[in-house]
Design a protein around this ligand. Structure first.
Ligand SMILES: C[S@@+](CC[C@H](N)C(=O)[O-])C[C@H]1O[C@@H](n2cnc3c(N)ncnc32)[C@H](O)[C@@H]1O
Length: 284
């Protein structure tokens, strides 16, 4: 629906969002969104690398464009790395990159974190980022990861805490935009601030030695600034936008204005934006 709105055709059309699904991913795979995921990958790499050695079996769940997965594979040179995602296009494109590379320890597969196609006790490390916010029953995802981890294997998680996002200047349209995205995620049973609940999630299923930390995601240089906001602008042109319209929270024109407000902020380069992330490490 949003493509037609942003192309000037506002004909109403029902999206095929299945509200009963347990794993609706709403940010979409628009180029700007994927570019944003690639841009922020370094934070994840910094978080994971200290836990890796070259012989490990590693699984990344919800790997998206695979940027982090490739970095893991560079370190796990004598082990194996698998990236899974429910989106076949992402997986196909990642596998094409593997085919064009020298990696022989890396593969990507279509799979759902709620039903992983791997035997019990298969992996030394399972990593995920920005995935649990979209899952209706995240505890089921954690239990499934626990099943495929080896005894003493390690789970590593990074998830947003969206209700503490900072934007400055605090223009009402941007404040509204951040509230709407959270409302949309909640509407299908996700939790946009699950980053603050990771300790209790892991503790609840019996992980040991849990350590939590936090980190801020933000553009650090002027060059990063406009790309960061382009990514946010495009989020509202995907399923998130459909959900917002279907619920009648704003009209189509306001949604376009929201998306444009992010683009304009990106052009001005005079603001500040930062989003906190919760991180957790636990041992099976
Ligand atoms: C916001 S993206 C994050 C990608 C990457 N982890 C990152 O942080 O850059 C979330 C990804 O999770 C995938 N996803 C959503 N639900 C899933 C599920 N139930 N099982 C596996 N992947 C899922 C989506 O297709 C999407 O690629």
């Amino acid at each position: 629906m949003l493509n037609s709105i942003f192309n000037g055709n506002t004909m109403n059309k029902k999206s095929n969002i299945d509200q009963e699904s347990t794993d609706i991913y709403s940010f979409g795979y628009q180029k700007g969104v994927i570019d944003y995921l690639v841009y922020r990958a370094q934070k994840s790499v910094d978080f994971i690398l200290p836990h890796l050695n070259s012989y490990m079996e590693v699984l990344e769940c919800g790997c998206g464009p695979g940027t982090v997965t490739f970095e893991i594979a560079k370190k796990v040179t004598k082990g194996n790395v698998i990236g899974i995602d429910i989106n076949k296009n992402q997986i196909d494109s990642n596998n094409t990159k593997v085919d064009d590379s020298d990696f022989n320890n890396l593969q990507f597969e279509v799979a759902n974190i709620l039903d992983l196609p791997y035997s019990d006790n298969s992996f030394d490390i399972v990593y995920m980022q920005a995935l649990l916010i979209h899952i209706k029953n995240p505890i089921n995802a954690i239990k499934e990861v626990q099943r495929v981890l080896k005894s003493d294997g390690v789970i590593l998680i990074r998830e947003p805490i969206m209700d503490r996002t900072i934007v400055s200047p605090e223009i009402p349209i941007l404040i509204q935009a951040i509230e709407l995205i959270q409302k949309a995620i909640c509407s299908y049973g996700g939790d946009p601030s699950i980053g603050r609940k990771l300790w209790s999630l892991l503790n609840g299923v019996g992980f040991k030695g849990i350590q939590i930390s936090s980190n801020w995601g933000q553009p650090h240089t002027l060059d990063e600034w406009s790309d960061f906001y382009k990514g946010w602008a495009e989020v509202y042109r995907g399923k998130i936008g459909d959900i917002i319209l279907e619920n009648g929270w704003v009209d189509e024109k306001s949604l376009v204005d929201i998306s444009n407000a992010f683009i304009n902020l990106g052009k001005k380069k005079n603001g500040y934006a930062a989003a906190p992330w919760g991180e957790a490490v636990g041992r099976k």
